[in-house]
Write a protein that binds this ligand. Structure first.
Ligand code: UDP
Length: 455
């Protein structure tokens, strides 16, 4: 059983004692059978979308990578997602054993995430129709992602009589507890929806012990139904250059047209207040006020596009850079495919992730896997993703002066980046998707087994 699983192999009648934060206690499920086919639900965003902007981010990457690795374990996956264009085919093969099925629910384009709850009945109907077209027992289990899918999952699972495994990815109560200044809180209706899903799920998969504890504290989840599985990173794609980190950095900078001797703190991901790219810009302004000579050799790439509440002010970050007087050192780049993103990570001196809330923070692990250290906020899953003082630096709070101090360390001592980068690459190797998929399959097996015992 995986080292990353803390509560999945708990058989009925053997529920463990202890706190939700108890250390891993591996148990074997022995001969209990795994599901052969899983229906995965991703209502509001498609695994076929480019991550890094709009509603597409880490969850999309998570679903794609997990589904592929499950298929490699002989668990077929069909992913149901809302069709966002009339031109989409009913289904697309993403990889052998992984099918994406487009469900018509509501108008194709121009539907915001906030409007989706009204379309959930239509979506559930579409999923149920797909079910009706299959022989009985075709799907062994439902795995829903994010509360909108969880809502569909609980209706469909009740109808089909199969277990529901759910991953929250983010939680309204957690987000609302640490909003960026002026950001819009998540509505009460989402909290209610999440509460219903938590009650209905046979298993809840949390990214970290901290997320598991939040499920218990904020949503009164049942300890025995919460399993912790760390997400993975694609270690074939995100890896240091085979010639070494320093040579790889030079080569990546040459490919991206970045100066070889520059200090390069990078932001990558969706641009919205929650992710706090503004804190990186403000801390760079601090840095330049204290060390004006750095202006000649600093480049600050921001790779990604507007998302969430950031869509209300798509040019907000560019305007902030202008107000701070640092437009000349900031490079805004639209979202890129992950192979190119790996080059941005390799080229950077350090990745900066000052998020207000983060259930895990895939870009932090991806950057480390490429041999680049990380400066991150000490929130959510980031203390698991980053080893403070070893593979990067964790900062408490969101004061740009504190981030500037962390940046000084890397700007003043270029060898720090190389030293921590090597440790970061080693640390990231803990987070392979194969391990995460095995642990997830074990969660499925435990949920199925418990259902069968209950009859
Ligand atoms: N990403 C990407 N292209 C970009 C920027 C980001 O493919 O230009 C991907 C990145 O590789 C990562 C995901 O988007 O896997 C962001 O995940 P993260 O957990 O950091 O944040 P989330 O989007 O889930 O809030």
């Amino acid at each position: 059983m995986s080292q990353y699983m803390t509560r999945t192999g708990v058989l009925p009648g053997r529920a463990h004692a202890g706190t939700p934060l108890a250390p891993p206690r591996p148990r074997s499920l022995g001969t209990h059978s795994r599901p052969r086919r899983v229906a995965m639900l991703s209502v509001h965003t498609s695994p076929l979308h480019q991550p890094g902007t709009g509603d597409a981010g880490g969850m999309n990457v998570y679903i794609v990578e997990l589904a592929k690795r499950l298929a490699a374990l002989d668990i077929e996956v069909e992913i149901f997602t809302r069709a966002t264009s009339a031109a989409l085919p009913p289904s697309v093969e993403l990889a052998p054993g992984v099918l994406v099925r487009h469900v018509t629910a509501g108008p194709y384009e121009g539907l915001a995430k906030e409007d989706l709850p009204a379309q959930l009945c239509a979506f559930t109907h579409g999923v149920t129709q797909a079910w009706a077209g299959r022989r009985p027992g075709h799907y062994d289990l439902l795995h829903s992602h994010y509360w909108l899918s969880g809502h569909v999952g609980r209706l469909a699972a009740g109808r089909w009589g199969v277990p529901l495994v759910h991953a929250m990815h983010t939680m309204a109560k957690v987000k609302n507890a640490s909003l960026a200044e002026g950001d819009t809180p998540e509505p009460a209706s989402r909290v209610t929806g999440e509460t219903h899903v938590v009650r209905a799920a046979d298993r809840l998969i949390a990214n970290t012990d901290r997320e598991a504890a939040e499920l218990l504290r904020h949503y009164d989840a049942d300890t025995d139904r919460v399993a912790v599985v760390h997400p993975g990173v694609n270690l074939e794609r995100f890896r240091p250059d085979s010639r070494g980190i320093a040579t790889g950095r030079a080569a990546a900078r040459a490919r991206l047209g970045l100066p070889q001797d520059a200090f390069v703190p990078l932001f990558a991901g969706r641009i919205q207040p929650l992710k706090a790219p503004d804190i990186l810009l403000r801390s760079v302004a601090y840095l330049l006020a204290e060390r004006p000579w750095l202006r000649e050799r600093i480049t600050v790439p921001v790779v990604g596009g507007p998302s969430g509440t950031g869509l209300a002010r798509p040019e907000g970050l560019q305007k902030l850079a202008a107000r701070l007087g640092i437009s000349d050192v900031v490079l805004f780049r639209p979202p890129v495919g992950q192979d190119l993103l790996a080059d941005w990570y390799r080229a950077a001196s350090v990745l900066v992730k000052p998020s207000y809330s983060e259930s895990f923070g895939l870009v932090a692990v991806e950057a480390q896997a490429c041999g680049t250290p990380v400066i991150a906020a000490e929130v959510g899953g980031l203390p698991v993703a980053v080893r403070n003082g070893v593979s990067g630096v964790l900062v408490r709070g969101h004061d740009p002066a504190d981030y500037a101090r962390a940046l000084y360390g890397f700007a003043d001592d270029p060898s720090l980046s190389a030293r921590m980068g090597a440790a970061a690459a080693r640390h990231a190797r803990r987070f392979g998707w194969d391990t995460a998929a095995v642990a997830t399959a074990e969660v499925y097996t435990a949920a199925l087994h418990e259902r069968r015992l209950r009859g």
